[in-house]
Design a binder for this molecule. Sequence first.
Ligand code: GDP
Ligand code: MG
Length: 442
Amino acid sequence: NLTQRLGRVMKTMRGEARMTEANIGDALREVRMALLEADVSLPVVKDFVAQVKEKALGEDVVGSLTPGQAFVGVVHEQLKQLMGEAQVPLALNQQPPAIILMAGLQGAGKTTTVGKLARWLKQHQKKKVMVVSCDVYRPAAIDQLKHVAEQVGASFFPSSPDQKPLDIAAAAVDWARKHHEEVLIVDTAGRLAIDQAMMDEIKALHAQLDPIETLFVVDAMLGQDAVNTAKAFNETLPLTGVVLTKLDGDARGGAALSVRAVTGKPIKFVGVAEKLDGLEPFYPDRMASRILGMGDILSLVEAASQQVDMDQAAAMAQKIKSGKGFDLNDFRAQVAQMRQMGGMSALMDKLPAKFAEAAANMPAGSDEKMAKRIQGIIDSMTPDERSKPELIKASRKRRIATGAGVQVQEVNRLLNQFEQTQKMMKQFGSMFKGKGGMMKMM
Ligand code: GDP
Ligand code: MG
């Protein structure tokens, strides 16, 4: 993650009394890379880096801090400031019904989020919720919301494609007021791209409804493209918050930072599954670590896919995923791959901190000579020994050592390294089962 990246450049900043253009240059570059890899849009990255630079240069390095530590502090502070320090809840204290208006492009996840929100408000705030669709352009849209409402147990105010959105909205508010619905969530039509007619319509709806919450729903998978959409909606409507959907996919989370920076509005919820229980309040801290942590995994994947034999990598991934035994044949192949990728240490720098410990125990393949030696020793084993390393007892060790022209201790050391790696592979295995992200891309 970013902290690890900075760890390296921090060392070079040791022993200086303040942060200067010269000694923070490399560190700023690392910040920039980590954010771009996380899919934060370029203008936002530029602004962020410029702000960090300005703050860092104006700051004295106090007490026992090194300039490197002080720099990390500045980055952390700036990131927190940009993401918003705390979770911002929905404001629903209003003479009922409290109206929530949903806005966003087609496919962003508005209708799904209406259902998720209704469910969430019922469950966590014991609210009586009604939903209504003003999407009169696609007949299926109204049915979709009806179905969603049934699933979460929210009241559904019926509407039809031959009505006008403003009329539907007025009737729904009227009904909700008379029937003591506490929250009314209004679903609207989106378009595939920003278009004036859509903007005019949502503006008119907003003016008539005077909602207490106007939520902009945006697909996190859009990455950098989310910025333009967010800008357009933010200029049209007084947004009160953002819902970032589809964070369960391969989205790197950079959209969160970009959308927040462009609109200045808090992200209030995130969608983390297609199912209607897949909605969570947004926590800036967690998103920050996602953004910074993910960038590194992705750069690792990029490095791997450029240099490693793709078939071999796929076979390895399959093996890890299926949880089948990782043996000395695989270990030999892996050491060869490491050599191509610039050694173990280069690789491990890019993994999340969780694996740093395992990495520290893995000198295998860290240099060319050692890699060759490992291969030589494994080549002196029989196929049986390679696939069942537990067979290798004292007499076999002596035979292998003689065959490879090394001391018996070296065979022992190799077997130790192999075991460490095997252990780590098991950890990897569980990581991939959870998300499936990284190896899928390989
Ligand atoms: P709308 O056009 O803005 O109303 O978008 P929909 O609510 O119809 O959603 C479009 C698609 O995205 C549907 O297939 C949803 O199931 C899916 N979707 C919405 N939110 C999420 C989410 O958080 N995670 C996932 N995986 N899919 C989502
Ligand atoms: Mg919809």
